[in-house]
Design a protein around this ligand. Structure first.
Ligand code: FAD
Length: 571
């Protein structure tokens, strides 16, 4: 009998330890496995001949990293290596032996053609599968066509327009930007088409093993995968494995009158030929604040109505700080306000919306509804194949993207996972690995999130409230940006950096950032959370002087020092 000890990194709770323990205990030759979250280690009793590399592979397969320790606690073998394994660790993974069905290569059908679908298709094809993508709309899905790409182009253009009249430097003449909306739109859509071609169409062209079928995919009563084709006829498809990656669409509230009006969703707003005079934004979500600010900066008057606060799911200070920043630019923001009734185009309003909040009737020439996005799962016959959804219609998946139905996986915005394209793509790749007989879990313990307002909102891990709810005893510090040299040099000290740590161990549990370029700051915090670094680790780490990310170190140092007493570059 051998006893092997592994150091495990990346666990965030007892549940992680339990899932690793179960995976190790299920291995051939393992007699007993004990995994301790507190100690970050595993103690495994094995029969002779069980290779420690296999133990590491199993831990990595659950989404964590591991290294073998000798009796003195020194590292003997590390998990990140070029040994063959299929895992979530972002090291290149060698090919699996292609799985084959009785008909030849494994046949994988993928519903959708967005980020999740393409990631899965590419990986499955690389591993030898024959892949069929089914798409009922525009190839490429949300991100490239009507989501991340066009919105970030529009936001960037609006940012530069804003700086022309509102930059902070004395010696540069400020002037109102002259906006040519048609030219902006042409350029934006040109880049969208370019990227759609480079990242989607050309992949189909260069991968003969991936075929595109046009139509609406659904499951029949007998559990068959069917595609309603553009001519209305149903076609039956054979598939050994299926991935559902149907994305999400805007959730439209049941506000009286709203559905009878020509309201915009983000899709319409992004390609608007004309800028509204007065845009009313209904919602306090990510899309609401991002696009609301972009229109404001391009010259529209903007009123935003939010049922609770802005970005209500994160630390309240974020919503308050963002509200102050947007209001300072001239946006009118009504928080804790319900929309009672919407109407459009009544004679005396001409072509205008009237939005009643109870206390006030707002008139605007455009109304953008941005109250969140819900999974696209209705009318797909999921009930015929036993795919379980939650009360929002999101497909319930485990960390391997398995649904409740055998051989049916799901990934991206149509699932219970966070709605970001990098999560969708990571889930798609891992689903492909699992379909092909590999073993890959998606670790969502440290998902960085960015809201592309200015200042940006960037978060990772737990807020104080969430940590308390999970039973952590926490400590937190907030550093205002007038303590960050880069922000002072930029003459833009709006915002703050807040760090949340576990009191006893000092381990970083979360970070909330409101700052210009906050999205560039958060990835460092995400790595720190994922790899269980402590506040001390951050405070002792070298950060380049005059970068915004240096604020993380400064904030970490405030756990033990008064920031005003630190030297200029805070060694
Ligand atoms: C305005 C906006 C801005 C965003 N900005 C960002 C950002 O900056 N960063 C970020 O990470 N995320 C952003 N997102 C979110 C991101 O776009 C999504 O998380 C991501 O695109 C989801 O990818 P997916 O593969 O799950 O679904 P999608 O890309 O939505 O693909 C689903 C596809 O399935 C097709 N489909 C649906 N049902 C069927 C069916 N039954 N049969 C056949 N085809 C079907 C659809 O037509 C669609 O093409 C933004 C979203 C929006 C709306």
């Amino acid at each position: 009998m051998n006893v092997q000890t592994l150091r495990i990194t990346g666990m965030t709770c007892d549940h992680c330890a339990k899932s690793i323990e179960e995976a190790l205990a299920g291995m051939a030759g393992v007699v007993e496995a004990q995994v301790s979250y507190d100690e970050g280690s595993a103690r495994i009793k094995t029969e002779a001949g069980v290779d420690s590399a296999k133990l590491i592979d199993t831990v990595q397969g659950k989404g964590f990293d591991a290294e073998v320790l000798d009796r003195k606690g020194s590292t003997v073998a590390k998990g990140v290596s070029d040994r063959p394994h299929i895992s979530v660790v972002d090291t290149p993974t060698p090919s699996l032996k292609p799985r084959r069905s009785s008909r030849g290569a494994l046949e994988v059908a993928i519903i959708g053609s967005g980020g999740a679908a393409f990631a899965c298709a590419i990986r499955a094809a690389e591993e030898g599968a024959k892949v069929t993508l089914i798409e009922r709309g525009t190839l490429g899905g949300t991100c490239v066509n009507v989501g991340c790409v066009p919105s970030k182009i529009m936001i960037r253009a609006a940012h530069l327009a804003h700086l022309q009249s509102a930059h902070p430097f004395d010696g540069i003449k400020k002037q109102a930007a002259v906006i040519d909306r048609s030219a902006l739109l042409r350029q934006q859509q040109g880049r969208v088409e370019e990227l759609r071609h480079a990242k989607y169409e050309s992949i189909l062209e260069s991968n003969p093993e991936i075929t595109l079928v046009r139509g609406f995919a659904h499951f029949g009563k007998a559990g068959d995968l069917m595609v309603k084709q553009p001519d209305g006829k149903d076609k039956r498809l054979h598939a050994d494995q299926v991935l559902i990656a149907t994305g999400a669409w805007p959730s439209i509230p049941k506000t009286p009158g709203l559905r009878d009006t020509p309201y915009w969703t983000s899709t319409k707003a992004l390609v608007a030929e004309q800028l509204p005079e007065h845009l009313i934004v209904y919602g306090g979500s990510v899309v609401a604040v991002e696009l609301g600010q972009a229109f404001l900066r391009l010259g529209s008057k903007v009123t935003l109505i939010a049922r609770s606060t802005l970005l209500s799911k994160t630390d309240p200070a974020i919503g308050e700080g963002l509200k102050a920043a947007l209001a300072a630019e001239g946006m009118r923001i009504l928080t804790h306000t319900a929309v009672k009734q919407v109407s459009f185009g009544r004679k005396w309003f001409r072509k205008r919306f009237r939005v009643d909040t109870g206390g006030e009737a707002l008139l605007g020439d455009r109304l953008l509804v941005a109250t969140g996005r819900i999974p696209i799962t209705p009318q797909m016959g999921l009930e015929w194949v036993g795919v379980r959804t939650d009360q929002r219609g999101a497909i319930v998946v485990d960390d391997h993207m398995r649904t409740s139905a055998e051989h049916i996986y799901a990934a991206g915005d149509c699932t219970t996972q966070p709605q970001f394209v990098y999560v969708a793509a990571a889930a798609g790749t891992r689903a492909a690995i699992n379909m092909m007989g590999g073993e890959a879990a998606l670790d969502l313990s440290a998902v960085p999130e960015v809201v592309f307002t200015d200042p940006q909102v960037a978060t990772v891990g737990l807020t104080v409230a969430q940590a308390n709810e999970l039973g952590f005893k926490v400590e937190s510090r907030t550093l205002s940006l007038d303590n960050v040299p880069r922000a002072l040099a930029n003459f833009d000290t709006r915002g703050f950096i807040k760090l949340v740590s576990e009191r006893e161990s000092g381990r970083l549990l979360g970070a909330q950032v409101l700052a210009g370029e906050g999205g560039e700051i958060i990835q460092t915090a995400a790595l720190a959370v994922r790899h269980r670094l402590t506040i001390k680790d951050l405070a002792d780490q070298l950060f380049p002087y005059l970068t915004m990310v240096e604020g993380l170190k400064l904030c970490a140092q405030t756990f033990t020092k008064d920031v005003k007493q630190l030297s200029c570059c805070a060694g």
